[in-house]
Design a binder for this molecule. Structure first.
Ligand code: ZN
Length: 424
């Protein structure tokens, strides 16, 4: 295993060259621009395929135009191991969000090949389409298409936000086949995959703050969301006494404060969650310094990596809403609720990745992901899934995103260590 990891480390130059060429062609002003199913995303897929060819991997594509770069195993019918992430970016994003996972897969396969490894099963670096999906507002298009889990109507219903062209048109234009996606079967059978591993830059500041190069993923949060909650009270004179008030601002503030207290209690009890009220406002046409406010709107996102916790939070949220409506004499209309399933990481692979880091002398911590990833689509489909996060200063989804190549190679080495152990 140490020979394999040493060989992977010797391929750092390949990773650096691939990152540099990706950035050179897709940088627009200070940031990176690789929209889903665009010419820039196509370029990124072709560039990775070119590198895969150089390494001697087989390159194939599926009907969603995802790219698979495979080191053949001795038994081609054995369930393969996939490593990968997405190559698209948000507008004015950074070069590493997504791409790091694809480059890591290629670097591992190059190193294993150099080390003369003949794996028992196929090992594939997967470049996934349309994870950010900035134009289409549908999550995990590439990974869910590959797994046959994209909702049937999404291909024609999802339209590019500015031009109105459909997702199906874009997929076809990028070499995919929307008809084959509609008819199936899916390109990947989740029951026949040994594992999916995704290396990704951290999107928050934790590793930077802790001085650690990598983290082992402790789960991808599921959430429930209310895009528009309306608290309806009654407008009144500023001099209204407390007992007669139906004050929407006090009711909405009290709701937020109670949810914040719930958050603190949940963390104190040893569970993970986050809670965000991203929108909160009175009606600008009616509000005034001298009025009790009768109408407040807010949004809510509550998330946890533990599916049971998400359910418990939903219940707690609903009873807080009922209590406040009674206490404050207001009506609280929750509007629509959306849900996303949590991506539960495979305990055995997660444990083994921790062991790998220890064996290689790489400091690490466990970290739940703050955001969604393609790995969540694989985990939801029942594929044993794990993630490795790489330290990244200045957050992601912005041009200042910063990952050090030494940290990337640490994460890639742990990934390679696990592959060498499980693919021989
Ligand atoms: Zn990403």
């Amino acid at each position: 295993m140490t020979d394999a990891v040493a060989a992977i480390r010797r391929r750092q130059g390949l990773a650096e060259e691939l990152f540099a060429r990706l950035a050179a062609k897709t940088r627009v002003g200070p940031g990176i621009r690789r929209p889903s199913y665009s010419a820039e995303e196509n370029f990124a897929h072709e560039l990775c395929a070119e590198f895969a060819g150089r390494i001697g991997l087989e390159v194939t594509r599926d009907a969603a135009a995802n790219t698979y770069m495979t080191l053949h195993g001795r038994d081609r019918s054995a369930p393969p191991i996939l490593m990968g992430s997405h190559l698209d970016s948000v507008d004015q994003g950074g070069n590493y969000d997504g791409a790091a996972g694809v480059v890591a897969g290629l670097t591992v396969l190059a190193g294993l090949k150099d080390a003369g490894m003949a794996p028992a099963r196929d090992l594939t670096a997967m470049a996934v389409r349309a994870e950010e999906s900035a134009w289409f507002q549908v999550s995990y298009v590439g990974s869910r298409s590959a797994l046959g889990a994209l909702p049937a109507d999404a291909l024609d219903r999802a339209r590019r936000i500015d031009t109105g062209r459909t997702l199906a048109e874009h997929i076809a234009e990028c070499g995919g086949d929307p008809d084959r996606l509609r008819e199936g079967p899916a390109h990947l059978d989740p029951k026949r995959l040994r594992a999916f591993l995704e290396l990704h830059i951290e999107q928050g500041p934790t590793l930077q703050a802790k001085g650690l190069p990598i983290a082992i993923g402790a789960g991808i949060p599921g959430n429930f969301r209310h895009p528009r909650i309306v608290v309806e009270g009654a407008y009144g004179h500023v001099g209204y006494s407390r007992e007669f008030r139906r004050d929407a601002v006090l009711a909405a503030s009290s709701l937020v404060a109670r949810l914040d207290a719930l958050w603190a209690q949940t963390l104190a009890a040893g569970h993970n969650m986050t809670m965000t009220v991203g929108r909160f406002f009175t009606e600008s046409a009616h509000h005034a310094l001298t009025k009790v406010s009768g109408h407040v709107e807010l949004s809510l996102d509550m998330r946890s990596t533990d599916p049971a916790r998400v359910k418990a939070l939903e219940g707690a949220f609903e009873s807080i809403v009922r209590e406040i409506a009674t206490e404050r004499g207001v009506e609280i209309d929750l509007g629509a609720r959306t849900r996303a399933e949590a991506g539960v990481m495979d305990p055995a692979i997660t444990l083994a990745l921790r062991e790998g880091a220890t064996a290689l002398g790489i400091d690490r911590m466990d970290l739940p992901s703050p955001a969604g990833h393609d790995a969540a689509a694989f985990a939801a489909a029942g594929v044993p899934t794990a993630m490795i996060f790489v330290r990244n200063d200045k957050g992601s989804h912005n041009p200042d995103e910063r990952m050090e190549i030494a940290d990337f190679m640490d994460g890639t080495s742990v990934l390679g260590w696990w592959l060498a152990r499980n693919a021989a």
